[in-house]
Design a binder for this molecule. Structure first.
Ligand code: DGJ
Length: 466
């Protein structure tokens, strides 16, 4: 009985223990299941999230990459219109589209320099629509005046979270200093405009003024001040401006340096020099992610470019200089960086007349640099071979949109330089390059740099927080 009575107890205990173990197991399994399911759901959610972020980015980028074809009719050249003139002078070579474009009395010129009533006008809601860029139209500031920031560049100031656009103020009379001289405007100075959205620009005034009286001063109005660019020095807390300084005949071929405590100036002019004892005409500066900065300038009669590292305070060049694109005759350099590779857009050397842009790339900023080809996409042949009738000046990264940039260029109007227009277009890096020569072991060495033609475009909504 005792035994019997024990056995059931032990059995009961074993049963109880067994059922307790299986209960614990069940609870743990359930818990594990809950964890696994939750984890899985989390992953799916994350994947969804990243797919949708990716999707958004994709659609934004494809929006920027849209290509527009342009069909424009050029009216017959005027020399052909009058049969009498043809009889008198004989059949002459008709002017090219570029000749017509440069001739202010031609219909072609009017097409590329639309009237002021077509202006991009932020105070009147952009005339047609807000935030749209219209390459070649007059662009008004928030006071209703045409923006005067030619050959310029944009600085993003982290302290004020504001964009500052600096450029040549050419608001003066266009004239030739002598019959063979280039069309010119006396130095007015460097203008600065501020913006939070890269579209509505407030005039901050002339932050570096030309000099009216002292004829020996670099900034005397009779000289040349072109392509000013500003970078911020994190060590000294100063805003540093570099610019092309020249005399009327472009024989001084120097760079000038100015400095300010504030992005809106006033900038104090320091000095000019020929960097590395070389001629320097069209130029730009570039600040790398590590805080090192560089001057890139056209030299040796514009036949090559030089790149020189700046001193730590950005006020001078160091001896570290390399020659690049030797004998390629390039000017108007605009440098940018994407995913560790350096890119540069340049123009040919044809005065104020537009010509074909080229993109170049390098894995180290001091070179070697390689030429990738013409980055212009869309428009038509003549658009692509004239950089959309403009000349490069700067490439600005669009924050939040990796691989997307704004290509900034000038559509010069040599007969009325103050009426020169801005051509801002989306630029992207990605896809295969055109040239077979850029392939090594069947793999392309570089990504394609593309500047897409649009008559009208805007940055995708929410570009800052995407
Ligand atoms: C082309 C340059 O890119 C411009 O900055 C200006 O110097 C003109 N030449 C003058 O002809």
């Amino acid at each position: 009985m005792g035994l019997r009575s024990k056995q059931p107890k032990a059995l009961a205990f074993r049963c109880y223990a067994a059922s307790h173990r299986s209960l614990t197991l069940a609870v743990w399994s359930l818990a594990a299941l809950v964890v696994v399911v939750n984890f899985h759901l989390l992953i799916i959610h994350k994947e969804d999230e990243s797919t949708s972020t990716h999707e958004i980015n994709r659609s934004i980028v494809s929006e920027l990459e849209e290509v527009e074809e342009e069909k424009f009719r050029v009216s017959p050249p005027r020399s052909r219109r009058n049969p009498r003139a043809v009889r008198r002078k004989g059949e002459q070579k008709p002017p090219s589209v570029v000749d017509e474009f440069l001739d202010e009395s031609s219909a072609v010129h009017d097409m590329f320099f639309p009237e002021r009533n077509m202006a991009i006008d932020p105070i009147n809601g952009g005339n047609d629509s807000m935030y749209f860029y219209y390459p070649g139209r007059v662009w008004l500031d928030t006071d209703g005046n045409p923006i005067q920031a030619h050959g310029g560049g944009v600085l993003y100031d982290e302290k004020t979270e504001t964009y500052f656009w600096y450029g040549e103020n050419k608001d003066g009379k266009t004239y030739k200093a002598h019959s063979k001289g280039a069309d010119r405007v006396d130095i007015v100075g460097v203008s600065c405009y501020s913006s939070k959205d890269l579209w509505t620009w407030r005039n901050e005034g002339v932050v570096l003024r030309g000099e009216k009286k002292n004829v020996t001063h670099d900034l005397h109005k009779s000289n040349v001040l072109e392509r000013p660019k500003v970078i911020y020095n994190d060590r000294t807390g100063k805003y540093v401006m570099w610019m092309h300084i020249d005399d009327t005949n472009y024989t001084k071929a120097s760079v000038g340096v100015a400095i300010s405590d504030s992005p809106t100036g006033p900038f104090s002019y320091l000095y000019s020099k020929q960097p590395h004892d070389c001629e320097s005409r069209d130029m730009t500066i570039f600040k790398d992610d590590n805080g090192k900065a560089y001057l890139i300038y056209s030299s040796e009669d514009n036949s090559e470019l030089h790149i020189g590292q700046l001193t730590d305070d950005y006020l001078d060049v160091t001896d570290n200089m390399r020659r690049l694109l030797i004998a390629q005759h390039r000017e108007a350099p605009a440098l940018f960086k994407y995913e560790g590779t350096y890119y540069m857009i340049t123009s040919g050397c044809t005065g104020w007349a537009p010509n074909t842009a080229l993109a170049h790339a390098a894995t180290a900023i001091m070179g070697p640099w390689e030429t990738l080809g013409n980055p212009c996409v869309g428009g038509n042949d003549i658009f692509r071979s004239t950089t959309f009738f403009s000349q490069s000046t700067f490439v600005l990264a669009i924050p939040g949109l990796s691989g997307s940039f704004i290509f900034m260029a000038d559509r010069w109007s040599p007969s009325e330089l103050r009426d020169s227009r801005y051509v801002w277009l989306p630029l992207t890096v990605g896809g295969l390059p055109d040239e077979a020569a850029d392939y090594s072991f069947m793999f392309p060495l570089w990504s394609r740099v593309s500047i897409y033609w649009h008559r009208r475009w805007r940055l995708p909504e929410g570009w800052r927080d995407s």
